[in-house]
Design a protein around this ligand. Sequence first.
Ligand SMILES: *Cc1c(COP(=O)(O)O)cnc(C)c1O
Length: 227
Amino acid sequence: MNKNQAIKNLDEIITNIESARLSLDAHHIVQLVAISKYHTTDDVKTLYECGQRAFGENKVQDLKEKSEVLVDLPISWHFVGRLQTNKINQLIDLNPVLMHSLESIEMAEELDKRLKVKNKTMNCLLQINSAKEDTKAGVMPEVAVQTYQNIKGNFSNINLCGVMSIGAHTDDENIIKQSFKTTKEIFDLLKHDGATICSMGMSGDYKLAIELGSNLIRVGSAIFKEN
Ligand SMILES: *Cc1c(COP(=O)(O)O)cnc(C)c1O
């Protein structure tokens, strides 16, 4: 991806974010995380040079390799993928700014245990499977508030900052909307417990997600596209 293409992609996304957030509230601020999982460190660097600072990966090994190559750039690295137990220590050592995909009490327990050994903490989001899809990770919406409070109360080295969802996998906009609404309602309930981040919306549905209250979008293909 060349610089002109990166600027074009960023401009388009920023313009879309702007109109979606204004339709919700003039004071609604949205963070844009570029998901670089299918793209090279050169492309990450190009976007960085155009102003993008937050990037995300969904595999610990890729996060490690890319963050090491780009160590001289002050990038905020996010982790958005499924975490295997045998990769937890590696992830902790990479110091991600935010881990979006805490998917169960069991995972929280394992992560907290290893964080304590290393005397570290990690900012995390609880992933909610709001579309109730078998292929997706996350806790069911019915138990999300309880699970969040449980993790918050029992695992002191995990700093829970909010929730994350992937929109329903369908072309039916009403079903996607409903999945975002479900997550937003849970997020609102958790504000009393300190939740500040509602991570939802990807290339195909980020406008909708923002209109429904997302304040962090994870955009991959639309930010790295070539046309
Ligand atoms: C890949 C990925 C994204 C970005 O997807 P696009 O459709 O390419 O924007 C966002 N969130 C997660 C968890 C992902 O794995």
